[in-house]
Design a protein around this ligand. Structure first.
Ligand SMILES: [Zn+2]
Length: 312
């Protein structure tokens, strides 16, 4: 019997396949990589499997998805391949990679104003593609590596629609808080269809649509936390806003807070910052003077000690 020293590409590929089934991905990757070097593997899916294994711990890394997409596009011999115990359609995984790459890129991009509005619109377009191209199917990658089949094209659709309206709300809240409240309301609807509470959206709807009369200047402001703030204060009964202006100048049944518009609020806090900075500078100056005095006294003492030692 001839002892076989080197394994063929096909043998290496088969061992890689078995190791994936056992969940030994790092070892599997080594075997598959060696099989690629020997051009083994009957269905030529080794490069796809290596890219999948490399993606495993980098599910938010756009480059890992790009590598996988590239490997899938070069794998043309079959429509389907197996990975562990799962049979995967090449085209479905290609779609998932394409949409996920766009999702990661869009969600990690910043922007404000019009750019944020455009981002919201683009996310909406992407949401609709998740709906039409994946629909009720669950995402393959999450099934493979997270054992999670609850995320589908539809849940991604609802989630991204919510995110898109939240983006648009952020884009307009500075100029138009009532419009932002409407967008947050729509986002809440999508979150609820996705089984989430939508509480954060509800809190924003409430804040953005709340109107007040500034206690200090009497202007009307809409959008709590953006255009006016609730500030701690002591409101004695005699000071109560008894003439009932169009909008409240403090929260109901709360004698510890008043509403202040952004202009008054920033004027007061800027002035108080200036005052604190003044005190800080004055304190630092006094400390430096004290330090100089102490240093001088220490130096005098040291020279007296040295003088005394010399006299012994
Ligand atoms: Zn004011």
């Amino acid at each position: 019997m001839v002892f076989k020293l080197f394994k063929s590409g096909d043998e290496l590929y088969d061992e890689g396949k078995e190791l994936i089934k056992r969940g030994e991905y790092d070892k599997a990757r080594d075997y598959l990589q060696k099989s690629i070097e020997k051009e083994g593997g009957i269905d030529d899916a080794a490069a796809v499997k290596v890219a999948l294994i490399d993606l495993r711990d980098r599910l938010t890394n756009v480059n890992a998805y790009r590598n996988l997409l590239n490997a899938l596009e070069n794998f043309r011999s079959h429509d389907r391949f197996e990975f562990g115990l799962t049979e995967i359609s090449r085209d479905e995984l290609i779609t998932e990679c394409q949409l996920t790459i766009r999702k990661i890129e869009l969600l990690s991009s910043g922007g404000e104003g019009q750019a944020l509005m455009d981002k919201g619109q683009q996310i909406q377009g992407l949401a609709q593609e998740f709906q039409s191209r994946i629909g009720d199917r669950h995402l393959i990658i999450l099934e493979l590596f997270k054992n999670d089949t609850s995320v589908t094209g539809m849940t991604e659709f609802f989630n991204l629609m919510a995110v898109s309206y939240e983006c648009m709300a952020d884009a307009v809240v500075w100029d138009n808080p009532s419009q932002a409240a409407e967008y947050e309301q729509i986002a809440m609807g999508y979150r609820q269809q996705n089984g989430q509470s939508g509480d954060t959206n509800m809190a924003k709807v409430k804040a953005y649509s709340t109107t007040c009369t500034c206690w200090l200047c009497g202007r009307i402001a809409t959008g709590e936390g953006i255009h006016f703030f609730s500030a701690p204060a002591e409101v004695s009964p005699a000071l109560d806003d008894k003439d009932k202006p169009t909008a409240r100048s403090r929260p109901d049944n709360d004698a510890q807070h008043i509403y202040i518009c952004r202009a008054c609020y920033s004027a007061v806090s800027n002035r108080s910052d200036e005052i604190s900075r003044g005190y800080y500078n004055q304190t630092m100056q006094e400390m430096r003077a004290m330090e100089a005095r102490l240093q001088a006294q220490i130096a005098a003492l040291q020279s007296q000690i040295a003088f005394a030692r010399m006299g012994r």
